[in-house]
Each structure stands twice: as structure tokens, then as C-alpha cells.
Design a protein around this ligand. Sequence first.
Ligand SMILES: Cc1ncc(COP(=O)(O)O)c(C=O)c1O
Length: 379
Amino acid sequence: MKTFDVYPLFDIEPVKAEGSWLWDNKGQRYLDLYGGHAVISIGHSHPHYLQKIKEQLDRIAFYSNSVKIQLQEELAMKLGELSGYPDYSLFLCNSGAEANENAFKLASFHTGRKKIIAFKGSFHGRTSLAVAATDDPSIQAPVNANEQIEFVCLNDFDGLNKAIDQQTAAVIIEGIQGVGGVQVPTTEFLLKIRELCTQYGAMMILDEVQSGYGRSGKFFAHQHASIRPDLITMAKGMGNGFPVGGVLISPDFKAKHGLLGTTFGGNYLACAAAIAVLDVIKEENLLKQAALTGKHLMDSLENLQGIKAVRGYGLMIGVEFEHACAPIRKALLEKHHIFTGSSSDKNTLRILPALNLGRFEVDFFLKAIQQLAPVTNHN
Ligand SMILES: Cc1ncc(COP(=O)(O)O)c(C=O)c1O
């Protein structure tokens, strides 16, 4: 049997990883500024993370959600404290798309409504409603067609005003649009969504799957705007590579047995991984570090030739070139052995490294991009 061929692959086979570095099967070292798509939050193979998972594996790896799993309570306590949402509840699942599906269900159960407002350029996952709320028809199968979803341009106040009404169950927005090319909703726009959702009795869902867990220099990107959504979804950085996702649910929602459920969500190993990530974020002060390193990196990039715009917060950075960035991304990988990310905007390169990226690594990247940007610009 072969694997179903849906991913365009680099001809690179990583066999070892540590901190912000990867090594392939030929011994070549790579700087990881992509974090396996914003997943690596505390760095590859962090000793505390490895120890927590290994110890848990030796005790018990899995049982179902029909028994008490104390690690889920510990995770919820630590997450509530570090994220600034101690009064919210946590529902654990396995991925970002699944977190969004559950958030949509909760919003619909709670309001009794069906209509969802999403934004142009959005990405919310590949499952049923999550993909319907994603602004990319090429990944929507006919069965995903859903007339309940209305797309509005990001930061378009008039469009939002016209779209929202008494039928709206939820407005879903990414803390920072990732796949869309690191597009940042303005503080005023987030405040307006909050205001209109409250006015119309709709739920505000913040998709923090990519922008959450410290990536923006705050625990969640929407905290730059000081708003409190009704539902917050997360995944990627939560387990530093171990598959785990979750929904933070405001105290206004009432839980009922059987309302939501999952076989694997909240399993012992996922909880051990997620707790280890929170421990390291707290102990190593990674929110502050991501904010400082990100600022230094963004300021330095802004001064470089050939770069049109630098967007983002913390270590979620979009570098927009005056031309398609594919040749630069290729050269970074092949000549300088640096992984970066692409986006649906062909001119924008995404930088999504571990939150404890060091100054040496930042300078390594800046030197490489300085050499490449002006050269590729003349082509
Ligand atoms: C903002 C956002 N939401 C949801 C998802 C889907 O997450 P997953 O691939 O874990 O289902 C992604 C994945 O890239 C994402 O960036």
C-alpha cells in the first residue's frame, strides 16, 4: 500500500530535532522558522516535554472519557491561569478543525440559530463546517456547500453591519489570519464584532488555532485588543507536536451530558504534553520572549530592501515582498537550509518559529534574507 498522495513534498527527511533546529538523514542541519506549521511552540525535543510524556507513557497512556482523568483538570487549571481565562471551561479534542466544529455546534446549540459569518482570506480547517467557513472553494467538496455561511471582508465595518442580524449564531475570526498571509484584524474591528455580537445575541468565536499559545507575544492574539470572545479555539502550539486541540467556553454556556464528545480528546498523553507546554511557557517566560524577539525581527526586516510590508505580532510574522516569494523561500531552504512557510498570498512568506528562538538564529536568518532579497528582486 502507498500513502494517498495529497501533499507536495520537499525532498528532505528530518530524523532528529532540537530547539529550533532539524537534522535530515544525510546529517544536514536546518533552521526551523516554520515550526512544522506553527506547531512547535516550546522548541523541538524540549527536555521537560520529553520527560513528562515519557513518564506518563510508563504509567497509563489511554482510557476513555468515561473515567476521571485528573490530568484534564490540571491542564484546565494551568491553562485558565496562564491564558487569563480562569472562569471559562475547557473542552478537549484533537485538532484545530475539530475545535472549530465544536465551537460552531456550541454557538448553534446556545442560540438555536444557524447562520455563521466568516471572513475573506480565512482558514478554519478541512472538516464539514470548518471548511465551509474557510474562504477557499478549491478545498470544499460539493457536500461541504453551506448556504448558512456569509463571508465579509476583514476589517470591513459596513459589510459586517449589513451581514449580522437576529439569525446569526456566530461570527468566527482568526486572532491573526495565518494561511491568508498574516493579516491582522484591527483592534477597532474586533471591538465592533464584540459589540455587534452582544447586540444581536450572536456568539463571537476566536480561532486561535495558529495565533494562540503565545505566538503573538500574548497568550491569545485577540488579547492585544482586550476583548473577551464567547468561544476560543486552539490546537497547533498546544501540544508542541502532540495532537491536541481545545475550546475555551465562556461561563454563559451550560454543559449537558452528551452535548459534545470524543474518543481520543483529553487522553493522558495529550494532557501530559499540553501541561508540559504550559509549564515551559510559564517557567521560561516565553510570552515576553516571543514579543521581544518578534519585535527585533520585524524591525530588522522592515529596514531591508525588496520587502514591501512586514505584518504580525510576536513570532507570527508575514513578510510581503514586491514579487512572488516562492524563489526566496526555495533559496532559503536550498542554499541556507532554513524552513519558512508560504501563504495563500503568493508574495507573503510566513515566519512561525518556536517561541524561544534565539538571537543567533534570528541573525542567521537576517543574514540569509539580506543576501537573497535584493538578488531575487532584480529578476
Ligand atoms: C487558523 C486555523 N484554524 C484551523 C486550522 C485547522 O487545524 P487542523 O489542521 O489541526 O485541523 C488551521 C490549520 O492550519 C488554522 O491555521
